[in-house]
Design a protein around this ligand. Sequence first.
Ligand code: NOJ
Length: 772
Amino acid sequence: MKISILPLKFIIISSLIITVFSCINETTKPQHSTLNESIEKKVDSVLALMQINEKIGQLVQYSGKWNATGPSSTKGDQHKFEKLKKGEVGSMLNITSVASIRETQKIVMEHSRLKIPLIFAYDVIHGYKTIFPIPLGETASWDLGIMKQSAAIAAKESAASGLNWTFAPMIDVSRDARWGRVMEGAGEDPYLNAVVGVARIEGFQGDDLSDIYTIAACAKHFAGYGFGEAGRDYNTVNVGANELHNTILPPFKAAAEAGAATFMNAFNDIDGIPATGHKILQRDILKGAWNWNGLVVSDWGSIGEMRAHGYAEDKKHAAEIALNAGSDMDMESYAYEAHLETLLSENKISINQIDDAVKRVLRLKFELGLFDDPYKYCNEQREKDNVYSKENLAIARDVAKKSIVLLKNENNVLPLSKQIRSIAVIGPLADDKDSPLGNWRAKGEYNSAVSLLEGIKNAVGENTKIHYAKGVDLTIPTIEPGANQFLLPLKFNTTDDSGITKAVEAAKKSDVVLLAIGENAYQTGEGRSQTNIGFLGLQNELLEAVYKVNKNIVIVLMNGRPMDLSRASEIAPSILECWHLGSESGNAIADVVFGDYNPSGKLPVSFPHNVGQEPLYYNQKNTGRPYSNKHVTFSGYRDAPKKALYPFGFGLSYTTFSYDNLQLDKTEIKASDDIKASVNVTNTGNRAGEEVVQLYIRDLVGSFVRPVKELKGFEKVMLKGGETKTINFTINAKMLQFYTANNKWEVEPGKFNVWVGGDSTTSLKKSFSVIE
Ligand code: NOJ
């Protein structure tokens, strides 16, 4: 391998980093590190035929400009078109539909020398056309089976439309509600992100990538993107080895072990090194220690952005850094196509590095079966039959109702009787058929969701009067069909309160108010960071006005991030956290509102008392001054509680549960031993319901300070009214180990606490010790 000649300042910077992330000593050898021999032979034989321009071409990914019927020689982007004809493009993103994909594939198959098929990628984040809850919302179901199922349906619809690859799941641990992309992941906990990420990967990829209904997954964003300073998108990330290895990387390690076909790197820098140019992360850890053979794609333009970071002098330098660091495919930076050949001739990169990257692309194309038939995924009939089918919508409703979290239900306001005389359905989101689709809604059609108002109307009979009033507008301008979400400068209406009077009238004449407030679909997502996580516009005024005339309020919250619910939780007797629930939103909410489904969701993120508490997460460190009620010198705020308003893992049901008799079968074990924990969970009410039984562990003393509690397991269990079940957990070395100051994953002997309960504040505790 040729040694790259970097300017002196880069050599100095890299050697400093090595001292921070030093001695990567990962011991696990994931199963999928074994390559399929027959595919490897084919990959080698294709590679042997390739000229350098064709090799580099495989590392280029373009976004399509054509959407409807594919490009033609007279329109579309001429540069891309010429490169496709020469076989100098490996993949396209954002081209959808069988017709467009076939048309584009044909350019390569009919004109290029080697006819290496393209892979078609798209951001299928929570459904393709049948839209499921946003990933954060779906995570609130704590039901890995349904998450796998929704990913499988998203894959089926996408693959039936000709696609091969989704840029999901996002498994960035995210702890700052100000960050807009909180909606796209599984929340604040590394373990939850890991298991949810694996469920989604398994759902997308199935057992066999060559199956016509599966697509390649992409674990993103590698790494640290969720830790942007102050929740600002794309912002710098300052974490040390402990946080990196014990909080940020575990979901990615799990994804690599689960066989995620691809990874995407990230826009952010980590302690001064852009993730896209981070050799230690990509070459040493991912491809080295984890022995992962998949393909790393850059994020959009992130190779070129290393210039703006101040890490690359120009695009050529950026291409050199990225390839050396292990970024295989260049998404839309045009840096590889322009400079890799020259860099090679100048010995700044090596042919081995290029070949390795190309092999990763070819391997995936063989796994997808594209070499056998490049049009394999292009079948109009299949597209018609599988996309947005009734069956898929029924599953979307099931997933949606299971994702709802009941945050408050004083005096059992909910469930409502279907015989109720009158309901006021009020709020800017009450009859919004678009916001429930959330951000990143792939081919979800504008205004295609079932609104809350529609869902309620569908559920009740003629004897129930529904009084609808919008009250206030949430955004100006309203979003037009097909608008480019990245060009939407949303403004929040702060002046027009003329609709409040009508809302008050509706509230006055109704037995109960369903008040749909929260966030518009495009308030969260990429580039949607906010410093205010309360109700924007005149929503607070609406709430207060309605409250004056009718105290029987159920807040139907629709949102993509934890919000400041302090005032709402003071006055509204009932709050239903409904996220952005997707195509079947209104029907799913009605299922819960009328008790056809007993809510079972639990929060995957902490909800603060106010934005000043952010970043807020349950698994903090204890600090040297955790708490005092006598003096002020402890870690916390003078003007706000230290804890969350609604904690991680929290969620109510229409019944109640109690926990007792937590038992461990041993109090002392060796690191390699298992220990069994059991607990009795009782449904103390009359109605059947599901409870998410959560297991937390604390390692009391560590060579790196350990969090006060860490989720290590959970089980969702159905209990009939009055029923008790014993739930068992096996605590093993994997749950006790962490990345220690020895730079390896190991169990350190010492004392551990175990808690089991219905949320992260549980106090039902036992202890045990690990001895040498
Ligand atoms: C940028 C986003 O960060 C990434 O997650 C997404 O997959 C790409 N754009 C492609 O759309």
